[in-house]
Design a protein around this ligand. Sequence first.
Ligand SMILES: [Zn+2]
Length: 71
Amino acid sequence: MTSTTAAIHCLVCNRPVADPLWILGAAVCDRCEELLVATGADDPGYDRFVERFRHFWHGLAAAAGSSEARQ
Ligand SMILES: [Zn+2]
């Protein structure tokens, strides 16, 4: 069976993930998922996650917008 699956990278740490967890459409490795769960909103590291997801969603919105504009 040929797998054409491109390497999926963790949204947070950007490492290749063989079996990512999908959180709201974003691939996250199990290590970062653990960190994400363990990180509270008061944690300084929390902003980093939020920033990453925000950036990701912004990219999604931009991609959706450009494909709509083409039609
Ligand atoms: Zn990760």
